[in-house]
Each structure stands twice: as structure tokens, then as C-alpha cells.
Write a protein that binds this ligand. Structure first.
Ligand SMILES: NC(=O)NC1NC(=O)NC1=O
Length: 176
């Protein structure tokens, strides 16, 4: 799919949510909310609307967004129940091809992280390789909860930007 922004702006909300509903993983409510802010002058404006909606949420809402994310190399990957977007991102960073030592390290650190914070470790897999992800996971574990909440949300926004770029032409000419 590669629509220009004018096409996005013309979508009824049903189609808008169907097509763009997973730009934030399993959070179609965010897409549905920002539909009200059409027309968007360009892709950046749509991204900004999403970002502002997220920033306006209480901390519990931000943690809720993080909790909608599947673990990296976790149960959903094993069982084939990831969303298409997440499956492609995880495969791209080698999460589906860990050796057994890496897989058990990943699983142990993910559990440790979730135990400490009550939400999963989130990182933009498309911007990181396997070694980098494992390093960040172990480095971020000792952080404060508020630091990790903010850090996780930053990563959600990076994931969102890349997913949007797969769907909408960047700064295509608009008809406003
Ligand atoms: N936990 C986590 O970071 N999940 C993800 N990251 C990403 O880029 N795609 C995901 O599903």
C-alpha cells in the first residue's frame, strides 16, 4: 500500500482504521482518535497527531500502550501469532533466528524486565540488530520505571513512523 496524504484524508473512518489501525501495535484506538484531526497536510502532520495523542495520555495509558506490544522473540513469535508488522520487524532484526544461548538469554532478560516494570521491553527492531537489542535490553533493565516508560514510548513512536512510511507516501503533494 502506498497512498498519498490526500487519499488518506479522504478515507472514511472505517477504512482509515482498517488501513492504519496497527501503526501503534494493537492500539487502533489511537488511529481512530486522530481521524478527527484530518485533514493532515503531510505524513509528518499525521505522525505528530499520533504523537500528541500519546503524550496527552496519563502514565497508566502510556504503560497500557507498552503492554500491547509482544515480547521480542517471545511466545507470539514461537506460536506464529504476531501481527504481520511485528513479525516482519522481528524477522528483520534476526529475532526469529536466535541460537539457543541467545534465545534463553533473551527470554530471561525479557522476564526480568517485565517483572521489574510491569510492562515489556520495547525497542524499534527495524533500527537495531540482534546484538544491539540484547545489549540494550540488559543495559535498560536497571533503569527507573519512569525512565523506561518514557524510553519505551519513544521507541513506540519510531516503530509507528516506519509503519506509517510503509503505508503513506512521504510528503507527497497535497491538495489542501
Ligand atoms: N517488544 C517490542 O519491542 N516489540 C516490537 N518492536 C518492534 O519493532 N516490533 C515489535 O513488535
Amino acid at each position: 500500500m502506498n497512498m498519498d496524504i490526500a487519499t488518506v484524508n479522504a478515507l472514511p473512518y472505517e477504512d482509515f482504521v482498517n488501513i492504519l489501525g496497527n501503526v501503534v501495535e494493537k492500539c487502533p484506538i489511537i488511529t481512530a482518535a486522530v481521524w478527527s484531526r484530518r485533514p493532515f497536510v503531510n505524513l509528518t502532520a499525521l505522525e505528530t497527531a499520533i504523537s500528541e495523542f500519546i503524550d496527552a495520555l496519563p502514565e497508566s495509558g502510556k504503560e497500557g500502550i507498552l503492554r500491547c506490544h509482544p515480547d521480542l522473540a517471545g511466545r507470539d513469535l514461537q506460536s506464529g501469532t504476531l501481527t504481520r508488522e511485528s513479525r516482519e520487524e522481528q524477522a528483520g532484526s534476526g529475532m526469529d533466528a536466535l541460537n539457543s544461548a541467545e534465545a534463553s538469554r533473551m527470554a530471561r532478560l525479557n522476564e526480568e524486565y517485565k517483572e521489574r516494570f510491569g510492562f515489556p521491553f520495547v525497542i524499534c527492531a527495524r533500527m537495531n540488530d540482534k546484538a544491539n537489542i540484547l545489549r540494550q535490553l540488559s543495559e535498560r533493565c536497571p533503569n527507573e520505571r519512569a525512565v523506561e516508560r518514557a524510553r519505551g514510548i519513544e521507541e513506540v513512536k519510531k516503530i509507528c513512523r516506519l509503519r506509517l512510511q510503509d503505508l503513506v507516501l512521504i510528503d507527497a503533494p497535497n491538495k489542501l
